[in-house]
Design a protein. Sequence first.
Length: 337
Amino acid sequence: MSHTLLCCDWGTSSFRLRLVNKDTRQILGEVINPEGIASTFNAWKNQAKTNGVSRKQFFQEQLRHHIQNLAAKLHTNLDATPLVLSGMASSSLGLEELPYAELPFAVDGSQAGIRHFERQPDFPHDLLLISGIRTDGDVMRGEETQLVGLIHLMDLAGITGESIFIFPGTHSKHITVRQQQVISFQTFMTGEIFNLMAGASILKDSIESPDSAEIKEPELNGFRSGVRESGNSTILHGLFTVRTNQLFRNLTKKQNFYYLSGLLIGTELRSLLPKEAAPIILSSGSNLFKFYKLALEELQLLNDTIIIPPEFIDKATIAGQVTIFQQQQVPLIKPTK
């Protein structure tokens, strides 16, 4: 299977492994697991206390287990198939911590920070571990690989001016690209703050999670109200309006759920105002796509926004991993013995 590559995106709270055709980027099979980097790191610490297993060895054992599961699923032997690994696997909680690449960062992937591990008898895969990038006050791991792939997939290499790519998520990223280089980026803890407020604050009794995937118009209006409120006061006061909405019966608890989301997403996106700022490229998966698009519309930014279809976002990580792998056929950094 010389035309195949194992592509693994290992995040803080999730694991995704795919077998990919390098030439067509077609996914031939995949394994998804909820055991992210954080839980794997904690499991290693517990085992290391008793048997002294090294972090690298423990993480490679987990990878080997998932690769064998994928091989069994596909009825094939994946030994000697190279593996490219991105996400939080290169963090202080991962297989091995790598230094961040610094800005400016070329979006063709040529300046990615990587470490190459040669195959061993107990791990018969050449492994390419991809690091993240940093500024003086911010970091990211994983989104830079997704950005490399997105620009390749969408044929955006011709954009030579300045653009802002938005990657929504638990920690949303706004990445500024100019002349095919990342020149700056910002992280917004939008998703994490939502989860904390909805699950562990006084506001949890003022909202109600949706019981179906269908979102009705009154609930969308609640979201729009939250976006508008994000411009009326500071976020610390705005959050308390979720409580008063329920006390004064301004909104139902389900509407208030979306109001809270709109309040936080609106606060994040207001950083893109004034409207004469650089064009926006929204790069969101399907779970958040509708809400970010709706917030951009409410803020009158949608006309200046390029919308990337959600189905391309999942493919972007694979395209970025393959692109970086093909650029790094000669290892740049050898593992320490």
